[in-house]
Design a protein around this ligand. Sequence first.
Ligand SMILES: [Zn+2]
Ligand SMILES: [Zn+2]
Length: 73
Amino acid sequence: MHVPFLCPRGHRLVPGRVIVGWSPCVCPPCGGRARGLRGHRTYLCLDCKDEHVTTKCYLPHHVPAQGAAYRWP
Ligand SMILES: [Zn+2]
Ligand SMILES: [Zn+2]
């Protein structure tokens, strides 16, 4: 697992200090990707969690779609 960035509060997101997940999404950065890859990898910072703050990073960054692009099955 390679996590190349810091959380917004300045913690290093290193293995063991971050929970990696997946969040299906159809926002513009996700919608342009291959079928099955439409979503964000999510990184939950455990250092923030220790401070009782929930900090979740999305990769690629989430961009809310304009208009009525959201349509869930
Ligand atoms: Zn953090
Ligand atoms: Zn999104």
